[in-house]
Ligand binder design. Structure first.
Ligand code: PMV
Length: 326
C-alpha cells in the first residue's frame, strides 16, 4: 500500500553579492534551516489525477501533464518537470503544501516550496531525485519568476549548505569559522525579485561602465567576505556587509525602510547590516553578538520591522559535513 510521504526544504539568506551574481560575479548564501516549506503527498482514488493543494493560499491546482508550461503556475510546472525527468505519468495523489517562509521577501520562498514539492513527489514515485537533478529542476522553475536567475537561490536551498556561488560554475561550499548570529528584519513590504532585477538591468544598459565598476568592487568584496567568514572575523564581516549595502543602494535596490532598519541595527551595536535578496522591500540581515542581540532586535522593531527572526550559522569543520533534508 502507498502511504503519505513528506519532504521539506529551508529558506535562505544571501550574505553577500546579490544582483551582481546575475552578471557572473560571486555571491555567498546560507540556508535558514529553522524556517521551512513542507510537502506531503497523499494517495487518492484512481482517476483523481495529480493535484497540488496550496494551503497558505487556499488553492487547489490540477496538474495537467499535457499543458504547455509557460503561463502555468510555478508549482504546477515543478510537478510537470519532475514527471518529465522521471518519465512517468502523474499519480493519483494530492500534494499538500505548507510554508513558514514569507512570500516575496527575499527568503527564497518560491524555490523552497518547489524543492519540497519535487522532493516529495519524486520520492513518492519511488525515484527520489538526486541533488544535482533536483537543482536543475528548481533552476528551470526559477526562470519563471524572473528570466535571468543566477541559480543561487535553488543551489543554497537544494544543498542546504552555505555556498560561495558563481553562475555556471561548480558549487563551492564555504566553511564557517565562528558562529554567525544573524537577525533577519522584515520590512513588511513584499517585493518581486523580477522588478528589482529589471531595474538593475535598466541601470546596467544605461551606464554599463559605471555599473561594471560597481560589480568589480562587489567581486573583490565577496572574496574578502569569504576569507572573513572562514576565519570567523566578525568585525570584518560586519564592515563588508555595510559596504555591500552601500553598493546595493547605488544599484537602486534598497528602500527607505531597508535603509532605516540597517541604520537602526548598526546604531544598536550590530557588527554590520545589509539588505538581503532582491531588495526594494523584503528583508535585511544583521550580524550581532550575543550581548547586542536583544538590543538590535528591539531597535529593529522600534524602527518599524514587521518581525525579526534569528538564525545562527554554526561553524563547520569541513564543507558539506551535514546532510540536506530529504
Ligand atoms: O529571490 P531573492 O529576492 O532572494 O533574490 C535572488 C537574488 C538576486 O541576485 C537578486 C537574483 C538572482 O537570480 O540571483
Amino acid at each position: 500500500m502507498i502511504t503519505a510521504l513528506t519532504a521539506d526544504a529551508s529558506a535562505k539568506i544571501i550574505l553577500f553579492g546579490e544582483h551582481a551574481v546575475v552578471y557572473g560575479t560571486p555571491a555567498i548564501a546560507a540556508p535558514v534551516s529553522s524556517l521551512r516549506a513542507a510537502a506531503q503527498v497523499q494517495p487518492e482514488a484512481p482517476g483523481t489525477g495529480l493535484r497540488i493543494a496550496v494551503h497558505d493560499l487556499a488553492q487547489l491546482l490540477p496538474v495537467d501533464p499535457g499543458s504547455s508550461g509557460q503561463l502555468d503556475n510555478a508549482l504546477v510546472v515543478t510537478a510537470r518537470l519532475v514527471l518529465a525527468a522521471l518519465d512517468v505519468p502523474p499519480p493519483d495523489a494530492t500534494i499538500h503544501l505548507r510554508s513558514q517562509i514569507p512570500m516575496a521577501s527575499g527568503l527564497g520562498s518560491g524555490a523552497a516550496v518547489s524543492t519540497a514539492l519535487a522532493r516529495a513527489l519524486s520520492a513518492y514515485l519511488g525515484q527520489p531525485l538526486e541533488l544535482s537533478a533536483l537543482n536543475a529542476v528548481i533552476f528551470e522553475v526559477e526562470k519563471l519568476h524572473h528570466h535571468t536567475p543566477s541559480g543561487i537561490d535553488n543551489t543554497v536551498i537544494v544543498y542546504e549548505q552555505p555556498v560561495y556561488y558563481v553562475r555556471s560554475q561548480p558549487i563551492e561550499p564555504i566553511r564557517i569559522g565562528a558562529p554567525l548570529h544573524i537577525l533577519i528584519g522584515d520590512t513588511g513590504t513584499g517585493a518581486l525579485t523580477k522588478t528589482a532585477v529589471d531595474a538593475v538591468r535598466a541601470l546596467y544598459n544605461h551606464d554599463t561602465a559605471g555599473v561594471q565598476t560597481l560589480f568589480d568592487s562587489i567581486t573583490t568584496l565577496v572574496m574578502r567576505a569569504r576569507s572573513a567568514i572562514e576565519e570567523g572575523d566578525l568585525t570584518r564581516i560586519g564592515r563588508l556587509m555595510d559596504e555591500n549595502h552601500a553598493h546595493l543602494a547605488r544599484l537602486t535596490v534598497s528602500s527607505h525602510t531597508l535603509d532605516r532598519l540597517v541604520e537602526a541595527a548598526r546604531m544598536a551595536g550590530a557588527f554590520g547590516a545589509k539588505l538581503s535578496g532582491g531588495g526594494r522591500g523584503g528583508n535585511m540581515i544583521t550580524l550581532v553578538d550575543e550581548f547586542h542581540r536583544p538590543k538590535v532586535e528591539a531597535a529593529l522593531l522600534a524602527a518599524g520591522a514587521a518581525r525579526v527572526l534569528a538564525t545562527t550559522l554554526h561553524p563547520t569543520s569541513s564543507p558539506f559535513d551535514s546532510q540536506p533534508h530529504i
